[in-house]
Design a protein around this ligand. Sequence first.
Ligand code: SF4
Length: 519
Amino acid sequence: MWLTFARLLPVVVLDARGAPLPAPLSFWQTVAAFELRMSITRHQTRSAPDSPASAGAPKVHVVTFGCQMNKYDSELVEGRFRRRGYATTESMDDADVLLFNTCSVRDHAEERTWSWVGELKRAKERRPDLVIGIMGCMAQRVEEEVFKRAGHVDLVAGTRQFQNLPHMVDQVRERRAAQGATQATSRLVATETSDDVHVDRTDVPFEGGSHAYLAVMRGCDLSCTYCIVPTTRGRVRSRNLEDLLREVRWMVAGGVRVITLLGQTVNSYGEDFDPPTGDESRGTGRQGRPSLADLLRHLQEVEGLARIRLITLHPSYVTRAFAEAIRDCDKVERFLPLPAQAGSDAILRGMKRGYNLDLYRRRADILREIVPDIELGSDWIVGFPGEEEADFQGTLDFLEEQQFLVNYVFKYDPRPGTHADERLANSVSDAIKKERNQRLLAAAERVQRGRCERVVGQDVPAWLERVSERDPGLLLGRTLSGMPVSCPGPTDWVNSQRIVRLDTATPFGVAGFDVPAPA
Ligand code: SF4
């Protein structure tokens, strides 16, 4: 769920359409907003650089809601359209094809999509040639229902269909051209989830900047009772290790220095492969399957790649081999989002998370024993069906015990189509959810501050990623342990590692100044 949830501190103020408002942010809010930007803001297509080839080309614009996986998928969709001769445009008014890559994890995320799509009704009346499509998790969940609520939409593409989108757009146009065609007869829906997603895009240059996402797997084979992902994203499909390495080398050749490996349970990478037989090489996964540990060791060897991040992990798939790979690979950040969700065995059973607190502790202990500087982050759901005050107290205690560096806190929000919505009474009142939410946020802030204060006075390697929008003399980045960090410096330090002596801590990050690296 890390992939889809927002950071606990609401420092990015969104307008009614979800756009960040230009509220004055403090220095520390700027640091926190830097982290947030990847998780809760909507993303929109940027225009491709003008080129003679793109002059007069049809234009596509993608609006992306939700998680990093969606952002990655949108980049792939844009690539598919570029290959078909389209140009990307940042103006919705210029677009011939408008796509919404949607999120279903919370009601709020879907409502934002409906609101955006609803506003396009008049645009479609003015420009009947426009093709409007809905893709992603909401498309997968509601399928044809989209047309009932927004009759001006032309196509619906599920989570494993986006590679077909340019072809679907062609089909919509062909249908429109048929005699007697109407909006209703031109529509198209494709929501099959058995299709593998073909993502090879290495025949065109990478243009995504210095940070890139890489989906190493798709789908989820678990069945947490509150979660819609197994329905919307289908069963796990890991990608072939050689394909991933080829894609990473291509990204690095295009300027990428940091990659984030994505998966709903990214450390279960490879579990769905067949075990090797005969002379086939053996990995460190179950029965010799390739595992995330093997992938990390290969990525460590990719010249030019500086940092590797991981989102999101599941405690059940933490192994010693995985921890040893982190220890041995200095490009892998020592921060793992390892959601606990609750600090009560009864609630974890109700959630069908597949572990109890004891198992979580044992897996966290393996990580800390082998990688002493590891930091963990967690998602939390408060007010899950049946949660009593004693269960919630367990959550507060577990947060304190495990000392999570980053915490994402959510009030339980039943999602249609989930086991919890259909079978479990939403028994905790909104008032109690709200109150527990506040208490957990306060506790998280205390713990986070403590984690950050612990490193004040230390010299730490920090990867500097961008110039602060508020203060051009300030650079923002992350320590190797995943803490947001700020440091004054010239812009040519962006995309480099510096040693930063930390002198300030807040609950949301650290600050310091550059010191010469030891000879
Ligand atoms: S592990 Fe559970 S919460 Fe995460 S995506 Fe799978 S079913 Fe959803």
